[in-house]
Design a protein around this ligand. Sequence first.
Ligand code: ATP
Ligand code: MG
Length: 291
Amino acid sequence: MAFNRDIFPRLADRLTQKLLLDQLRLATAPWDPLTGAAQWPEVFVSFGSLAIVKRRVGGYDGRGQWRLHPGDEAALPQDCYGTCIVEQGIAFDGEVSLVGARSADGAQVFYPLTNNVHQDGILRASVAFPTPDSGLQRQAETMLGAILHELDYVGVMAMECFIVGDRLLINELAPRVHNSCHWTQNGASISQFELHLRAILGRLPLPAPVVSAPAVMVNVIGSEVNIDWLTDPLVHLHWYEKEVRAGRKVGHLNLCHPNGKALSRSLQQLMTLLPAAYEHGIRLARQILAD
Ligand SMILES: Nc1ncnc2c1ncn2[C@@H]1O[C@H](COP(=O)(O)OP(=O)(O)OP(=O)(O)O)[C@@H](O)[C@H]1O
Ligand SMILES: [Mg+2]
């Protein structure tokens, strides 16, 4: 079982990941390797007034990332040159991710697109709906399908995208189960964890997971567990048993219900049991449910 051997290092480095997207002619935020400070005038001419610098390796939850406007360049640590890429800041209409799986015999299955709410670079909440036969879903499946096929990948992979008008731009790839799809633990016939195991072990069938009701996931970030969350029968708590630290993902709450309004009411109730920092994410999640 030598599958996936060279894929992880290739995708863990944003530079080689971007080269793969370019090679496959898949739309992604315009980018360049960041090699020296002399590049800046040209960067702002070609990308416009917002540039995003990202560490090639090791960044997560918005860490290892800088948002720069012209004149901010001096704030960038010197060791970024040679170890980062720079991207155009995208004025997106929304963020979605697609999680799919591929088996060793080349079969591919996908979940419905998940709508993601980020704040300061960290995922606060995700909202998914029963598979809509939408243009975006088809576009996303074609893009991720091409990547899975090109890499001869086996297992679950996530593709994060920006929505710009009716087009998707790939933000990044994650060759693993993904935070934005944790709702599948309670909102899909097969969770992403089971799907991954089925794909890599190759012993069980890999049918497309069925999603029959809207589902929401709220990340618990830097907060202690509160048993009162479970007063609402819709709330499933997944707790990671990690030390609680500011800004650290320590669990998540999943809710699903066939009636979007009932789901939204539960979210509103849940908000009263959470610190103020959750308000923005939950409000946007309720807005996505209402659209
Ligand atoms: N080019 C860009 N234009 C606009 N916003 C961006 C851009 N790149 C990243 N962002 C914002 O920052 C968030 C985090 O960026 P990204 O996914 O690249 O980094 P990350 O730290 O690996 O995040 P995670 O590991 O949590 O997915 C994005 O979801 C998006 O909200
Ligand atoms: Mg990301």
